[in-house]
Design a protein around this ligand. Structure first.
Ligand code: DC
Length: 338
């Protein structure tokens, strides 16, 4: 499955000029599913380009071994490249860029939205579901976390919505193959610095809900998320994916679990990453974030009216995945043929 490819010529040459201009969002479904939601290649980066065409050749030889890779880069002046580096969400406001958005899907396209509170298991489950469907996996939480990290580093007040939104519009985030085996799903590069392990610190955990509660911040990140959602087969996780970002998703799931169970799971994750935090602190933090995420005025955390609600407290990961896959398959079967 290729998205964002326009002609056999484009395909054989790896990345034709036309494809570079036309494909705003490319999903390379055979190049690293779930593990690599996003990767970047740009014409001004020959090394990355070489990497892209080599990868494509390898994919042709073996289309089964690697999971999917979502990508897309949008640039002012409608210079749009394959690979997924969203340079600036603001670029999507540019009519030139919009006119050039073109996504060619050679397979049935569908989206699965998975929402739910912190540490409900969305990312573990989402990645496995994406793998099952050979789909792109994208965790929208990293956008809010990266923005929070930038704010903390630059001393931007957490209540300065305008400054935060400006920052959100110029975020330079790239996701790449995981380079460290610490349980991460991808390397998250912020201005090319690997910040993966800095996005889940207690400091970011404490501040991210406040940052993400601002209307201006959410607006600044909305089009970017929607563009990714249009990639083809996409599993997107977050808080408002089924309600706001992708309200037309073929399947909406709301994955829930009690605060106690979620705190237990988050403690396990932190211990695994060699950053243990006492259970009581994690639980308190969980209540704090739940309160802000659910009570905020803009896009509060809640299930979409037509969401499949799953309480994962007493379910194994595999059981949750099976339920979602079964629901998605029955929705897909009901869709008209592509
Ligand atoms: O899923 P997570 O814990 O990584 O998300 C971090 C924060 O980002 C969470 O507290 C709320 C916010 N968030 C959001 O408001 N909307 C999303 N779609 C994803 C995350």
């Amino acid at each position: 499955v290729r998205v964002g490819q326009h002609s056999p010529r484009d395909r054989s040459s790896g990345l034709g000029r036309r494809a570079r201009f036309k494909a705003a969002v490319q999903v390379d479904q055979s190049a690293g599913v779930g593990r690599n939601p996003v990767d970047a290649q740009t014409p001004d980066r020959p090394r990355a380009m070489r990497h892209a065409s080599e990868r494509r050749n390898a994919q042709d030889a073996d289309r089964t071994s690697e999971p999917a890779l979502a990508a897309g880069r949008v640039r002012r002046g409608s210079r749009v490249q394959a690979g997924l580096r969203m340079e600036s969400a603001a670029d999507l406001d540019d009519p030139d860029v919009r006119d050039n958005l073109e996504v060619v899907v050679e397979n049935r396209r569908f989206t699965i939205a998975i929402d739910g509170p912190a540490a409900a298991g969305k990312s573990t489950v989402g990645e496995l579901v994406a793998r099952h469907f050979d789909a792109v996996y994208f965790d929208t939480g990293i956008l809010y976390r990266a923005l929070t990290l930038v704010a903390l580093r630059h001393g931007i007040a957490l209540d300065d919505a305008a400054a935060l939104a400006t920052c959100a519009r110029t975020l330079d985030i790239r996701l790449a193959q995981p380079s460290v085996a610490d349980g991460r799903q991808a390397d998250i590069l912020l201005d090319e610095e690997d910040v993966t392990s800095l996005l889940r610190t207690p400091e970011v955990d404490r501040a991210v809900s406040e940052v993400s509660a601002h209307r201006e911040v959410r607006a600044a990140l909305l089009d970017l998320q929607r563009a990714i959602g249009r990639c083809g087969r996409v599993v997107m996780v977050g808080r408002d994916i089924g309600t706001i970002v992708l309200p037309d998703a073929e399947l909406k799931v709301y994955l829930d679990a009690s605060p106690e169970e979620r705190a237990r799971r988050r403690c396990e994750q932190l211990a695994l990453a060699q950053k243990p935090v006492p259970y009581g602190d994690v639980l308190e933090d969980m209540y704090h974030r739940d309160r802000i995420d659910s009570l905020r005025d803009v896009a509060p955390l809640r299930p979409a009216a037509d969401a499949l609600v799953i309480d994962s407290d007493r379910l194994a990961v595999s059981e949750v995945v099976e339920r979602i896959v079964a629901a998605a398959e029955s929705r897909l079967a009901a869709l008209p043929a592509p």
